[in-house]
Write a protein that binds this ligand. Structure first.
Ligand code: URA
Length: 233
């Protein structure tokens, strides 16, 4: 289909209220593919240097939103700067705020077991959040807080240039995809974040309360493994 025709079809979908269209991963490379290839061509040391520069230059000591007042630590994210796969959650909780590391509480233990079941170690992937400081009482981050923090995550994704992203839960999935579609409708299909295949899935904290949906999350993870060439069939 020609680009112009595709644009018309998508405009029609949007007009009738369809906010997000699942697509095949191979159809995804988008307008930022060139930038991404350049970033992907960079080695681990350069990426580590770029991430450190981002932290030291823009994030350390940040007072860009009201979350800075209540935090103990900024949770930048951690893992391999050249990771093939990124996991993106919502916001640090109590334990993450105390330790300055993402997903180290109970939900983190479940995420770590998913990562290991997928055949990775935690250090092989990169784990980050939509916002880097803890919202009090673990409430959802507010629009102004997401607005202040999202550029940092976007830059992290640009530097790491992963081959795939797993977005954990509603807030991460809706924020990265710019949609209000429910997580239960988004999950199970690849979507595109700046041309990078993004698989929305359930948040591990939700899975702790709804154990039967772990099987669906594993289905999502298997699709990601297939995309990465780590599982056949
Ligand atoms: N929940 C999240 O979304 N992120 C964390 O880092 C911990 C819990």
């Amino acid at each position: 289909m020609k680009k112009e025709d595709l644009r018309r079809v998508l405009e029609f979908y949007r007009a009738i209220g369809v906010e997000s269209v699942p697509c095949e991963p191979k159809a995804l490379p988008g307008k930022k593919a060139k930038t991404r290839r350049a970033a992907a061509g960079k080695g681990r040391p350069e990426k580590q240097k770029a991430l450190s520069a981002l932290f030291n230059g823009k994030i350390a000591g940040c007072t860009g939103c009201k979350l800075s007042a209540g935090r103990r630590n900024i949770v930048f994210g951690e893992g391999d700067p050249a990771a093939r796969l990124m996991f993106i959650g919502e916001a640090p909780g109590r334990e993450e705020d105390l330790q300055g590391r993402p997903f180290v509480g109970d939900a983190g233990k479940l995420l770590t077991s998913l990562i290991e079941k997928m055949g990775f170690k935690r250090e092989d992937v990169f784990i980050a959040n939509i916002v880097k400081c803890r919202p009090e009482g673990n409430r959802d981050p507010e629009e102004d807080e997401v607005g202040a923090c999202l550029p940092f995550l976007k830059r992290q994704i640009e530097i790491i240039a992963p081959e795939a992203i797993m977005a954990l839960g509603r807030v991460a999935s809706q924020t990265l995809l710019g949609t209000t579609v429910q997580i239960s409708k988004l999950r199970g299909n690849f979507h595109s974040y700046e041309g990078i295949p993004l698989m929305p899935t359930f948040h591990p904290a939700y899975l702790l309360r709804n154990r039967k949906d772990k099987a669906l999350t594993w289905q999502d993870a298997r699709q990601v493994l297939k995309l990465l060439g780590m599982e056949s069939g």
